[in-house]
Design a protein around this ligand. Structure first.
Ligand code: NDP
Length: 375
């Protein structure tokens, strides 16, 4: 087991970033105005932009920095010298995109329907425009059609609602995303609530989350990032049933739905958050750890039970003068220490990140299949 002292995890400093909500902080999430929905949603990987570096990994697959050095094996993992599997999210995401491509073409041939994702972009933010472009590219790569409406910054909320209503009624559209942040004169919650639940491919609608939380109910869509975490476990044959799982973080977009998903899979779940006493002691009991905090290298080797499986959702830019950009991205988990203790671990970048867009595409396909009763 690696000692914390021997690791470089303790000697990093997090970068100070300007957040779209106006907060400037190394831990922007913690200092945001309470209830800043724009923050939450802007930071969703499907909504985020390059001004917020914690979101950078997802902003553009082309822009994603290189993963830690490991090879891509057919089963999408690498066994290290310490016998720890590195879970290669890029490879799994590619596998899933390939599967989606096949299904999209099968559907087109069988019933002549092409799944469609509509994106509404308001204003001239370059980061938003780039992200919309990337989503379109991802759709194209699997054969999903993408529609986009681009409205001026000074458009009214009513105009946006009118377009949502149009997409709600358009049978060629199976998923709708509103690119955030919206201009400040618009009420994001109103806008997002206007998306029909059957087309809510982000899975954030309260009805979808409510169903996720209730036994015997099925959500129409599961939020993309937590869904991607569970998919990584499934595709690596890691059983969840009966396991002790700890989710670190309880946000609406990652931590909370991840905990609900693990519970649905019959894990015994504990949620650790910023007010938890003894997080290390609790986390050390876990067979499976999902960390979605936003604190670089918070989870040390000493927090990890030998043989535990670690899914690191966190994406944190830290100063790195040796990098041409002056920073690099690290997770919430000290990777160098985790690799010595865990049985499997996701790297950052290249772990959970690539899964999020794959899950968006999958949700869009699921939606189209459901609407057309296509098995
Ligand atoms: P939020 O800031 O919304 O939530 C962070 C959570 O972590 C909160 O529940 C908070 O607790 C908890 N927390 C903060 N500090 C501590 C601490 N010291 N100890 C224990 N818990 C703590 O973040 P998100 O959920 O949106 O994102 C989390 C991380 O995941 C970020 O790094 C983000 O960039 C990344 N991310 C990655 C995605 C991917 O696809 N890989 C997608 C989305 C996010 P409390 O509730 O008490 O405040």
């Amino acid at each position: 087991m690696a000692s914390a002292a021997a690791s470089s995890c303790s000697s990093i400093s997090m970068m100070f970033l300007t957040h779209s909500c106006g907060a400037t902080s190394s831990t922007a999430h913690r200092l945001l105005p309470p209830g800043c929905l724009r923050h939450r949603l802007h930071c969703h990987p499907l909504q985020m932009g390059p001004t917020y570096l914690r979101c950078l990994t997802f902003h553009s697959s082309a822009a994603e920095p290189p993963s830690p050095p490991h090879v891509v094996l057919p089963h999408a993992s690498l066994t290290t010298e310490a016998n720890t599997k590195v879970i290669d999210g890029k490879a799994v995401a590619k596998q899933i995109r390939d599967e989606i491509t096949v299904e999209v073409s099968r559907m087109k041939e069988a019933i002549g329907v092409i799944p469609g994702l509509a994106v509404i972009l308001v204003g001239d933010r370059k980061d938003s425009a780039t992200y919309v472009r990337n989503k379109k590219k991802a759709c194209e790569s699997v054969g999903i059609s993408s529609l986009e409406v681009h409205l001026a910054e000074d458009s009214t909320e009513e105009e946006v609602l009118k377009h949502i209503s149009g997409y709600n009624d358009d049978p060629s559209v199976h998923g709708i995303l509103v690119q955030l942040p919206l201009p400040s004169h618009m009420n994001e919650q109103n806008v997002l609530n206007a998306v029909r639940i059957e087309k809510d491919v982000d899975g954030f609608h309260p009805l979808n989350i409510g169903r996720l939380a209730m036994r015997g109910r099925e959500p129409l869509f599961v939020p993309c990032t937590p869904k991607g975490c569970i998919e990584l476990l499934h595709r690596h044959g890691i059983s969840i049933k009966g396991k002790r799982a700890v989710v670190i973080g309880r946000s609406n977009i990652v931590g909370m739905p991840a905990a609900l998903l693990l519970q649905r899979e019959d894990a015994t779940v504990t949620v650790v958050h910023s007010r938890t006493n003894n997080p290390e002691e609790i986390t050390k009991q876990a067979d499976i750890i999902i960390s979605a905090v936003g604190q670089p290298n918070m989870v040390k080797g000493s927090w990890i039970k030998p043989g535990a499986v670690i899914i690191d959702v966190g994406i944190n830019p830290v100063e790195d003068p040796s990098s041409p950009r002056g920073y690099r991205l690290v997770g919430d988990v000290c990777y160098e220490e985790a690799i010595e203790v865990a049985s499997a671990v996701t790297p950052v970048p290249g772990g959970v990140g690539p899964m999020t867009i794959a899950m968006l595409l999958q949700n869009t396909l699921i939606s189209a299949k459901r609407m057309h009763n296509f098995e």
